[in-house]
Design a protein around this ligand. Structure first.
Ligand SMILES: NC(=O)c1ccc[n+]([C@@H]2O[C@H](COP(=O)([O-])OP(=O)(O)OC[C@H]3O[C@@H](n4cnc5c(N)ncnc54)[C@H](O)[C@@H]3O)[C@@H](O)[C@H]2O)c1
Ligand SMILES: Nc1nc(=O)c(N)c(NC[C@H](O)[C@H](O)[C@H](O)COP(=O)(O)O)[nH]1
Length: 269
């Protein structure tokens, strides 16, 4: 049975506040992709009610905004924890989309082959039906399983091998962005999950992030969920400055508030 084609509307008159935070043509001449870090959090800074639990936090208006962001980026990137927990679609369901060429490319960071996708996985099904692009899976494996290689290649996706050192069982971000640049990807929105977000907020990585867009939902999830709270960093016994946003806008959207800001240049101070 085919997938029901859902169409989401993000009204034109609500789009303007995001404009200063979106990738532009000027950015596209930069050697590395424009990076937007975006997620939805509860009032207790949690993005899921438990590790591995898919948790809807965004209301319909901010969900529509996320689809607009997907429309404005060349790629959507998630960690394997999110791929396994959410079986996400990773496509844009905005009415603006005219053809699959306008869809963002799903990128999954899966160093050790935890994501056991099949023809039934949401993102694969959508790509088969022309409702999204096929994923690129970043891996450390020299020989990923042949049936997965075949499934991806049938729909225009692939495994991309990232070699060299790995950071806390993850890839170094420079290598990830180099790989995306090599694929001609000029802008990427990083949607999570917890480990990916907390890693990007570390002092050594935060200069790689151009904009941060957080949806804050008016709810508390309670202890035990997936928390956005980067480790406190020390240097010579001193606590390093905590990440902080500048150029902020707080924009109410439905019952949520959307916080936009920038991290990058602050890390140089
Ligand atoms: N509310 C939201 O906006 C939102 C968004 C995305 C995910 N989520 C939730 O987050 C949860 C998953 O989060 P998680 O922390 O378990 O997994 P994750 O999605 O952050 O994936 C982490 C994995 O990615 C891989 N990885 C590769 N390079 C990495 C790097 N440089 N840094 C960090 N990881 C790297 C590692 O294998 C690591 O274990 C799920 O419950 C999902 O529903 C919520
Ligand atoms: N903006 C946002 N609000 C949420 O309430 C929520 N849970 C996510 N989560 C992001 C994560 O990347 C999910 O995996 C995708 O939101 C899956 O969504 P799709 O199936 O692709 O529509 N993101």
């Amino acid at each position: 049975m085919g997938t029901v084609r859902e169409t989401i509307d993000f009204p034109q008159d609500q789009r303007a506040f995001l404009q200063p935070y979106l990738p532009t043509e000027q950015n596209s001449s930069s050697p590395r992709p424009f990076v937007t870090l975006t997620y939805a959090a509860s009032l207790d800074s949690q993005i899921a009610s438990a590790p591995g639990a898919r948790t809807a936090l965004s209301g319909p208006e901010s969900k529509a905004m996320t689809h607009y962001l997907r429309f404005k980026h060349d790629a959507i990137l998630i960690g394997v924890g999110t791929a396994v927990a959410d079986d996400p679609a990773l496509n844009c369901r905005l009415g603006d989309i005219q053809s699959v060429d306008e869809q963002p490319r799903p990128i999954i960071l899966d160093p050790s082959g935890r994501w056991k996708f099949s023809a039934d996985s949401h993102v694969i099904r959508l790509a088969k039906e022309g409702l999204g692009k096929a994923p690129f899976v970043l891996t450390r494996a020299t020989q990923p399983p042949a049936e997965m290689v075949a499934l991806l290649s049938e729909i225009g996706g692939k495994f991309i091998k990232i070699s060299g050192t790995v950071l806390e069982r993850g890839f170094t971000w420079e290598k990830v962005f180099n790989a995306l640049e090599h694929e001609g990807i000029k802008s990427v929105m990083i949607e999570g999950g917890g480990r990916v977000i907390n890693s990007l907020l570390k002092p050594e990585n935060k200069a790689l992030v151009d904009c941060v867009i957080v949806t804050i939902a008016p709810t508390w999830l309670g202890t035990g969920g997936v928390v956005v709270s980067p480790d406190r960093q020390f240097h010579n016994g001193q606590v390093l400055p905590a990440p902080r946003l500048r150029d902020t806008i707080w924009h109410p959207l439905g019952e949520d508030v959307v916080l936009c800001g920038r991290l990058a240049s602050q890390s140089k101070s």
